[in-house]
Ligand binder design. Structure first.
Ligand code: AMP
Ligand code: MG
Length: 337
C-alpha cells in the first residue's frame, strides 16, 4: 500500500481497525500502533527505529530509563536480540511461546539503548494474539510494545481503552477484542543461572519450575528499573483500599461518614452493603478476575469514585499476580507478601 492511499493514519482519531497491512505500513513509517495481545494492548513501534522508540516514551510520558518489551514473531529471531541464550531460556520459550511470558536476556550489540533503558539486558516476548502475530510476521522485525497506557495508569484491555489513553498519539489501533488474559505478562530474568520472576503474571512460579527443573524466585523489591515494579502503578483516580470481605461494610461506613463516593470491587456483593454503593463485580474464577480487573478499575474512574474498596482474591495461582496488581493500585507496591 502506498503512503498516498493510507487513510487509516490520516484518520488518526478514527475507529479501531483490523487492517494488518495499514498497521505494518504505519510501523515502517516510524508511527505508533495500538496492538492487541492476549495480555493487554501494546503501544507498538519499530524497535530498530530511534525516532519511533522516542515516540513511545513521549506518548506514554514514560521516563527514558524504563525499558520496553520487544515483541518477536519466532524464537529463531532471539539471537538477533540476545547475545547469550541460556538453556533455561530456550526451554521456557519452547514451553510458553507464543504466550504471556517475557524473557529478560543479555542484549545483543545492535539493540538500541533507548529500547533497553540503557540496561545491558533486553526483554523479549512472542505474543499469542493472532492479529499481533500477523503484524509481527508481515513486519519482520522486532516491535517494541509497552502497555498502551499513560505512565502509571491502567493498562488497556480493549481497543477503545487505547484511544482513550493515548488519543491521536497512536496512528492506528488494531481491534482484537477484549484481551484473553487481561493482565501483563510474567517477566522472568534468565540472564544468570537463576530464574527470577521480575513481575508475576498468568504463568506462575510452579509453571516455570516445572519446565526448567529449577526453583523460580520472586525478585525482591524495585531493584530493577521496571515500572511494573514501582509502588504506584496500574492506579485509578480513586484511592484503593484493600480489605477482607468481612470488613467491607465497616469500611463503607467510614467512607460515607466522610461523604466520599465509594464503590466496592469484589467477587460477591453482601446484602448488608447500602444499595447506593456501586458494586464492581470481579468475577469468580481467577482467569475471569484477571480479565475483569483493569476494566473495573477504569469503571471506577468513570464513576468518579473517591475510594474503591477492593477485596483481594486468595494468593493461589493467578491470584498471586492479581494481588500484585491490586497492591500496586493501592500504592502498597512491594509490601505484597
Ligand atoms: P510495560 O512496558 O508497561 O508493559 O512494561 C514492560 C515491563 O518490562 C516493564 O516492567 C519493564 O521495565 C520490563 N522490562 C523491560 N526490559 C527489561 C529489562 N531489560 N530488565 C528488566 N525489566 C525489563
Ligand atoms: Mg505498563
Amino acid at each position: 500500500m502506498s503512503a498516498a492511499s493510507f487513510p487509516a493514519v490520516e484518520g488518526a482519531a478514527g475507529a479501531p481497525s483490523t487492517d494488518v497491512d495499514a498497521a505494518v505500513e504505519a510501523l515502517r513509517r516510524g508511527l505508533l500502533v495500538g496492538l492487541p495481545t492476549e495480555t493487554v494492548y501494546g503501544l507498538g513501534a519499530d524497535a530498530s527505529n530511534p525516532t519511533a522508540v522516542a515516540r513511545v516514551f513521549a506518548a506514554k510520558g514514560r521516563p527514558a530509563d524504563h525499558p520496553l518489551i520487544v515483541h518477536l514473531h519466532r524464537a529463531a529471531q532471539l539471537p538477533q536480540w540476545a547475545s547469550h541464550i541460556p538453556t533455561a531460556a530456550w526451554k521456557l520459550a519452547e514451553a510458553f511461546w507464543p504466550g504471556p511470558l517475557t524473557l529478560v536476556l543479555p542484549r545483543a550489540p545492535g539493540v538500541l539503548a533507548a529500547v533497553t533503558g540503557g540496561l545491558d539486558t533486553v526483554a523479549l516476548r512472542i505474543p499469542a494474539h493472532p492479529l499481533a502475530q500477523d503484524v509481527l510476521e508481515a513486519f519482520g522485525g522486532g516491535i517494541a510494545a509497552p502497555s498502551a497506557n499513560r505512565h502509571k495508569k491502567i493498562s488497556p484491555t480493549t481497543a477503545g481503552d487505547v484511544r482513550e489513553e493515548l488519543g491521536d498519539a497512536v496512528a492506528l489501533v488494531l481491534d482484537g477484542g477484549a484481551c484473553r488474559v487481561g493482565i501483563e505478562s510474567t517477566i522472568v530474568d534468565v540472564t544468570t543461572d537463576e530464574v527470577r520472576i521480575l513481575r508475576p503474571g498468568a504463568i506462575g512460579a510452579e509453571d516455570l519450575q516445572r519446565v526448567t527443573g529449577q526453583a523460580a524466585v520472586l525478585a525482591p523489591g524495585p531493584s530493577v528499573r521496571a515500572p511494573g515494579r514501582m509502588n504506584l502503578h496500574y492506579a485509578p483516580q480513586a484511592r484503593v483500599v484493600l480489605v477482607p470481605a468481612g470488613q467491607v461494610a465497616e469500611e463503607i461506613g467510614h467512607c460515607l461518614a466522610r461523604r466520599e463516593r465509594v464503590g466496592v470491587l469484589s467477587r460477591q456483593r453482601a446484602p448488608a452493603w447500602p444499595v447506593e454503593v456501586p458494586w464492581l463485580p470481579l468475577g469468580t474464577s481467577p482467569e475471569e478476575q484477571a480479565r475483569q480487573l483493569y476494566r473495573r478499575l477504569r469503571e471506577a474512574d468513570r464513576l468518579r469514585l473517591d475510594v474503591l474498596i477492593a477485596v483481594p482474591p486468595p494468593d493461589r495461582g493467578l491470584g498471586h499476580a492479581l494481588r500484585d496488581r491490586l497492591w500496586r493500585a493501592a500504592g502498597l507496591g512491594d509490601r505484597l507478601a
